[in-house]
Write a protein that binds this ligand. Structure first.
Ligand code: NI
Length: 389
């Protein structure tokens, strides 16, 4: 296995790519210039099997090893930025007002490009590597990872295992963190409209006040977590929107509320959908009102498979040492659309230390250039280990 030092030269090149990408952020599926930049780089590395336009702007590039036949493993990077006004004050700050790479996807692309350059030159493995660059990780349904899977990339490129990497500001540079099994939560969203009867705020007895009913529903939903869910299993139900009348003296005829459900236990999604409806409907009907209910399933639980996780741990340990790899990090209640790829194929996502920077999605966040060589080395060693010839 190679050391991190072996990739220092490549790191200075990757820094330049990263800064270019950081200065020119694009959102969602509209990552046209980003995809063009990535495609041109891949072609310049001598990779000739490049398919573009998957899920609008996604790319899959195939590098064949020199070691003969073998499986194909997929390595994934995400390409989209966020609608945030940058406040990092870095010389390479976003040139596009109101858009920035606040989740480090610029760094993710630069690391996968760095690994691609090295792997295309050396080809010291059997089988093939599929480099997956996906758009629209940050958007709501259907996100880029899902659409690339739906457009058949796993079958079309014969991918048998898939790996991801995301930077983490809570982990030191030069360290990695991962866990077997569920590592990030699923995300579902719901909307509830409480339909009562409006009227004058001074004559509540002539109304069916949806505000009071909606307030009881919010409290009722919290008891689904505290009283109906196994305390050893994680479930979050957060009501985040609440729209009622816009006046002091009006009881509205309806209230709109909405929220999100996060869990690490796939079965709790069915439970949440059924029980939120039952509680909201039961409370509303008890007071003579009714509800409309919508439950929208978004990203599934990001589930690391044991074999892929063990491979990732071994590669990371060889690279940075036993003490610098946390192999049992606390699971996270945020969602990650790499989950769709891990539903389609076994594999694992690992967290790469970004050091004590501002948090992800914060206006002052910036990917840490010192982390680039660790990420490049991880990708290269993962390929040469999984596809040892
Ligand atoms: Ni991200």
């Amino acid at each position: 296995m190679h050391t991190v030092e072996a990739f220092r030269d490549l790191q200075s090149e990757a820094i330049a790519w990263r800064h270019h990408l950081h200065e020119n952020p694009e959102l969602g599926y509209a990552v046209h210039d980003t995809a063009r930049f990535v495609t041109e780089k891949l072609a310049s590395f001598g990779i000739n099997h490049i398919e573009t336009g998957i899920a609008e702007t996604g790319i899959v590039a195939l590098i064949q090893g020199a070691g003969g036949d073998g499986p194909t493993i997929g390595l994934r990077a995400d390409m989209d930025a966020l609608p945030i006004l940058e406040a990092s004050n870095k010389p390479w700050s976003s040139k596009v007002s109101g858009k920035m790479h606040a989740c480090g996807h610029d760094g993710h692309m630069a690391m996968l490009l760095g690994a691609a350059k090295y792997l295309a030159k050396t080809r010291n493995f059997k089988g093939s590597v599929a480099l997956i660059f996906q758009p629209a990780e940050e958007v709501e349904l259907p996100s880029g990872g899902l659409r690339m899977v739906q457009e058949g990339i796993m079958d079309r490129f014969g991918i048998s295992q898939v790996f991801g990497m995301h930077n983490s500001p809570s982990v030191e540079v030069g360290k990695f963190a991962i866990c077997d099994g569920p590592i990030m939560a699923s995300q579902d969203d719901f909307d509830i409209v409480v339909k009562g009867r409006g009227g004058h705020a001074a004559k509540p007895h002539e109304t069916i006040d949806p505000v009071v009913i909606a307030a009881q529903i919010i409290v009722g939903l919290q008891s689904l977590v505290s009283r109906s869910t196994n305390p050893l299993e994680s479930l979050v139900i957060s009501v985040t929107k609440f729209n009622a009348a816009q006046a002091y003296n009006i009881i509205p005829d309806h209230v709109e509320m909405a929220g999100t459900v996060r869990t690490l236990v796939p079965g709790l999604r069915d439970f949440a959908e059924q029980r939120i409806l039952a509680v909201a409907q039961g409370i509303a009907r008890g007071f003579g009102a009714d509800i409309e209910f919508k439950y929208r399933r978004s990203v599934p639980v990001t589930f690391n498979h044991t074999e892929g996780t063990n491979l990732a741990i071994n590669v990371a340990r060889h690279l940075v040492g036993l003490a610098s790899v946390n192999d049992n990090i606390e699971r996270r209640m945020g969602a990650e659309d790499f989950a769709y790829m891990l539903e389609a194929r076994p594999g694992a996502i690992i967290l790469l230390g970004n050091g004590p920077t501002a948090g992800l999605h914060h206006p002052a966040y910036d990917f840490n250039d010192d982390a680039l060589s660790y990420g490049i080395a991880y990708w290269v060693n993962l390929v040469e280990t999984a596809l040892a010839s």
